[in-house]
Design a binder for this molecule. Structure first.
Ligand code: CDP
Length: 320
């Protein structure tokens, strides 16, 4: 989940769009799909005209100055002044290449992934985005794959609550370093949503350095980029708290020639009519969180993505 819902509990449920006939939708998504390269390129340019994802999605020493006041994107009234020490922890330049990746996978955490057998197809991409430190090992691998080049982390619910990194206890640091070794590339933290997120995000970076985890670098999401993506979607009919999945999809659409989505299915019933849990890793006996309880309007976001699928701009995969 993005930080918004953790810091400001939702009081009014977003109205969901008209009920979706999931079977028909599923059949539609399983039809043969052809990539529409010119439409993809057009959308890539459109997003990059609003915000330059390659240069600005991540805070770097190129897009940030010493002494700059970084404005939080949820707590707009608050800022963080970048000290020399903080600045020195940023990558010099964007870790994203100037030329687009050829093929990217964006993996959502929906239970539709379980039993999909999509692991190999996911890992076939040149670059793989994942959300919220999902499990990729053991029995999951066949469905999830193992490649992870950009993995998001929620600083409050994960770094703070799940790994308790602020406590500075060696056992917590070990547990965190052990868990994240299954990913490589970028560990992207939304460090500038709310003030409480920053210290623990900086701590995560220090822990990985201390533990000598070389395959993975903690980077901080640029709140200006997030705000620009939010405005882009608001202008295009999604005035809501964006989910991590649609944010990552937008990054992929603006930096990859071909975008493939997996694990996106925000419904309680599968395309073949079976009851579904929320996440692919939820246990049947854990208290089930209904999708309708999410503060994001995932079904409405999903229908936007379905339109992009129908236009050949991205492909939504449900099974192999
Ligand atoms: O943090 P957030 O609640 O946004 O995400 P998550 O539950 O960790 O799942 C990652 C992303 O997968 C979400 O942001 C959605 O875009 C997508 N998802 C989905 O489409 N259907 C589901 N049943 C669960 C997640």
């Amino acid at each position: 989940r993005l930080l918004a819902e953790l810091v400001s509990p939702v009081t009014t449920q977003q109205p969901t769009t008209a009920p979706v006939d999931v079977r028909t939708l599923g059949q539609d998504l399983l039809l043969p799909w052809r990539h529409n390269r010119s439409a993809s390129r057009h959308l890539m340019d459109e997003i990059n005209n609003c915000t330059n994802t390659q240069a600005d999605a991540i805070l770097t020493r190129t897009n940030t100055r010493v002494g700059q006041k970084i404005r939080y994107y949820i707590q707009h009234e608050k800022t963080f002044q970048a000290s020399r020490g903080f600045y020195n922890t940023l990558p010099r330049d964007s870790p994203l290449p100037a030329t687009p990746y050829r093929r990217c996978s964006v993996v959502g955490n929906g239970a539709v992934l379980l039993g999909s057998g999509c692991g190999q197809e996911i890992d076939r991409a040149d670059f793989v985005f994942r959300s919220n430190l999902p499990p990729l090992t053991g029995n999951f691998t066949r469905d999830t794959g193992q490649k992870a080049n950009w993995t998001t982390v929620n600083p409050i619910s994960q770094l703070n609550w799940r790994f308790n990194l602020l406590s500075n206890k060696p056992a917590n640091k070990d547990k965190f370093a052990r868990h994240v070794r299954q990913y490589s590339g970028l560990l992207w933290v939304s460090a500038f949503g709310v003030k409480a997120a920053t210290t623990v995000s900086v701590r995560a970076q220090r822990v990985l350095r201390e533990k000598n985890v070389k395959s993975l670098g903690v980077v901080y999401g640029n709140p200006r980029h997030f705000a620009a993506v939010r405005d882009y979607w608001a202008y295009n009919g999604l005035s809501m708290r964006l989910s991590t999945g649609i944010y990552l999809t937008t990054i992929a659409l603006s930096t990859c020639d071909e975008v493939h989505l997996f694990g996106f299915w925000p419904f309680d019933v599968s395309h073949s009519g079976e009851k579904l849990l929320y996440h692919y890793y939820d246990k049947p006996d854990t208290k089930k969180k209904p999708i309708s309880a999410s503060p994001h309007n995932m079904p409405k976001e999903f229908l936007k993505l379905v339109n992009l699928h129908r236009s050949g701009i991205l492909k939504i995969h449900l099974e192999t």
